[in-house]
Ligand binder design. Structure first.
Ligand code: FES
Length: 105
């Protein structure tokens, strides 16, 4: 579908979840995970204030640069790797179709 993209989430047990997400509802990765009942907390509601939505980017998908808020949050979070991102700061857009993300512990 035109306004739908594919997002693959690898959960903490290593299982793959192929999700479809709409690009016209201003949703982010944290929200789409929650909609599919994947174990993402998103405690701060997507404000880049809690890092409970941390994911690792496992595909070559080009993402927008991290904002200062995202960078600052990841500086203080646990289990951070070079490919860490905050799920709530990744918007569902056509550009990230096919993205693969792994949930951080
Ligand atoms: Fe809190 Fe993403 S939901 S930083």
């Amino acid at each position: 579908m035109e306004n739908t993209i594919k997002v693959t989430i690898i959960d903490r047990e290593g299982a793959l979840h192929d999700l479809e997400g709409p690009t016209d509802m201003n949703l982010n990765i944290m929200e789409i995970c929650k909609m599919h009942e994947l174990p993402v907390e998103g405690i701060c509601g997507g404000m880049a204030l809690c890092a409970s939505c941390q994911v690792y980017l496992e595909s070559e998908t080009p993402l927008p640069e991290q904002s200062d808020a995202e960078q600052g949050m990841l500086d203080e979070a646990f289990h951070v790797k070079d490919n860490s991102r905050l799920g709530c700061q990744i918007r569902l857009t056509q550009e990230i179709d096919g993205i693969i993300l792994r949930l951080a512990p």
